[in-house]
Design a protein around this ligand. Structure first.
Ligand code: ZN
Length: 183
């Protein structure tokens, strides 16, 4: 597995290509920015390696603890964290649940203090309506950006392990020699 710094380098090298491709396909600066933003966020701190103590995990700062249950339930490089689409989808669901778990008591306390009306059902319905009516393209652009970020990580992992295997094969004769001399 490549180091966090190698993954970051791959992310930055990929960025101009992502921007160029997104702009070529959408011809819209705003959508391009959303794809690029999603890509960077996903590759730098929302990627597959949140399943271990990693650079991505550390970048969450004081909020990093929200990923502890995620790490507990998923083994490193499992299909649920590193798999295509499923990895990103599961992280989006997981983060949404975390935000809700924090927001529900926070709103309840604010309600107690402020005495205002708040209906979660109404809020959810309105949010879905707004996204479905006016921000469909933006939501899709964000999803694509997030997935591309995760994919850049998986490509890095794959290149890293392929290189390691190749190096091991090249070094095998000499290491075997060492082993037999120890015997
Ligand atoms: Zn990884």
């Amino acid at each position: 597995m490549p180091s966090g710094r190698t993954h970051d380098r791959i992310t930055l090298w990929g960025l101009p290509w992502i921007v160029a491709l997104a702009y070529l396909l959408t011809r819209q600066g705003e959508l391009t920015l959303i794809v690029a933003g999603g890509y960077l966020f996903s590759a730098l701190m929302f990627g597959p390696d949140l399943d271990i103590y990693s650079v991505q995990y550390k970048r969450w700062g004081i909020l990093r603890w929200i990923w502890l249950p995620y790490q507990r339930f998923l083994s490193h490089r499992s299909g649920f964290s590193h798999g295509l689409i499923i990895g990103t989808a599961l992280r989006v669901i997981y983060l949404s649940v975390c935000i809700l778990l924090i927001a529900i008591p926070a709103v309840a306390i604010a309600q107690l203090i402020g005495g205002f009306n708040w209906n979660w059902q109404h809020f959810a319905r309105q949010a879905i309506q707004i996204i479905a009516q006016g921000y469909q393209k933006e939501a899709i652009a964000l999803a694509i950006g997030l997935e591309l970020g995760a994919m850049s990580h998986s490509v890095g992992d794959w290149l890293g392990s392929t290189y390691k295997k190749w190096r091991k094969q090249r070094l095998r004769p000499s290491s075997q020699r060492k082993k037999s001399s120890k015997k």
